[in-house]
Ligand binder design. Structure first.
Ligand code: NAP
Length: 240
């Protein structure tokens, strides 16, 4: 397990879906993978599945809505792996939309708060907790899992007035981080995995988690002169 020069990647929400596929993909190309997940049973099961495939994985208790959990997670990573090279902010929720809860005209602000707390504030919490570790790495990368539903140009998918704006804000936050970190070696981008069969979509979507993970893995392993502060899918740049 783990040579001294092995790179470490943290994937949030890595116990299933696209996050698990990203963890597996990064593990397969040689990363030590920190499997961030809030439920201990689901987390340990995912870690065991990855280890069964020969991947160097360890579990990190991580609820992105809890500042305390995020702080402890950063310490666990430093203690276990000694540092961090890649952060993939994947954990995300759609939020409930029954009874018009995500129609703009009847928007349930509690749903909106919940969605923003995970999809946006969660990304800020985790990023800021591990940024000191990333800054010490040689070629640190941050990949935020967004969606074309958050693209104000494309406006894809159904009307979901908490989820779609959460991804628009995530895109904007991504650009803000990229601007602040422009003079550093930390490269930050957002990606859209496409429409992927996971719990999130009721497994009723054309792409596999592995297909969805591919663009995140590509951006997580960019060369040092790679793009910064962009929004990408499999086809290349996505309009904001
Ligand atoms: P998924 O199968 O529902 O997985 C979501 C993951 O996020 C789960 O591991 C979940 O953990 C975790 N999570 C949710 N809230 C969390 C919290 N507070 N703390 C820690 N982990 C939390 O969904 P998915 O399709 O893989 O989605 C992954 C990402 O891709 C999301 O950001 C989503 O918005 C984005 N996305 C998905 C699609 C698509 O078509 N599927 C399209 C565009 C973008 P639990 O198991 O504990 O709930």
């Amino acid at each position: 397990m783990g040579g001294v020069n092995k790179k470490t990647a943290l994937v949030t929400g890595a116990n299933k879906g696209i996050g698990f596929a990203i963890a597996r993909g990064l593990g397969t190309i040689g990363f030590r993978v920190a499997v961030g997940a809030r439920d201990s049973a689901r987390r340990e099961e995912a870690v065991a599945r990855l280890r069964d495939e020969g991947i160097d994985a360890f579990g990190v208790a991580l609820d992105v809505t809890s500042g305390e959990s995020v702080t402890v997670a950063a310490k666990t990573i430093e203690k276990t792996a000694g540092g961090l090279d890649v952060l993939v902010n994947n954990a995300g929720i759609a939020g409930r939309f029954d009874g018009g809860a995500q129609n703009p005209s009847t928007l349930d602000l509690d749903v909106m708060r919940t969605v923003l707390d995970t999809n946006v504030f969660g990304v800020v919490r985790v990023t800021n907790a591990v940024l000191p570790l990333l800054r010490r790495a040689e070629s640190p990368r941050i990949v935020n899992i967004s969606s074309t539903m958050g693209s104000l140009t494309l406006q894809t998918g159904p009307v979901l007035a908490a989820y779609a704006p959460s991804k628009s804000m995530l895109n904007s936050i991504t650009a803000q981080y990229a601007r602040e970190l422009a003079g550093t070696n930390v490269i930050v981008n957002a990606v859209c995995p496409g429409y992927v069969a996971t719990d999130f979509t009721g497994f009723n979507a054309p792409r596999t988690p592995e297909q969805g993970a591919a663009v995140a893995i590509r951006l997580a392993t960019l060369p040092d002169d790679g793009p910064r502060g962009g929004f990408f899918d499999d086809g290349g740049p996505v309009p904001w």
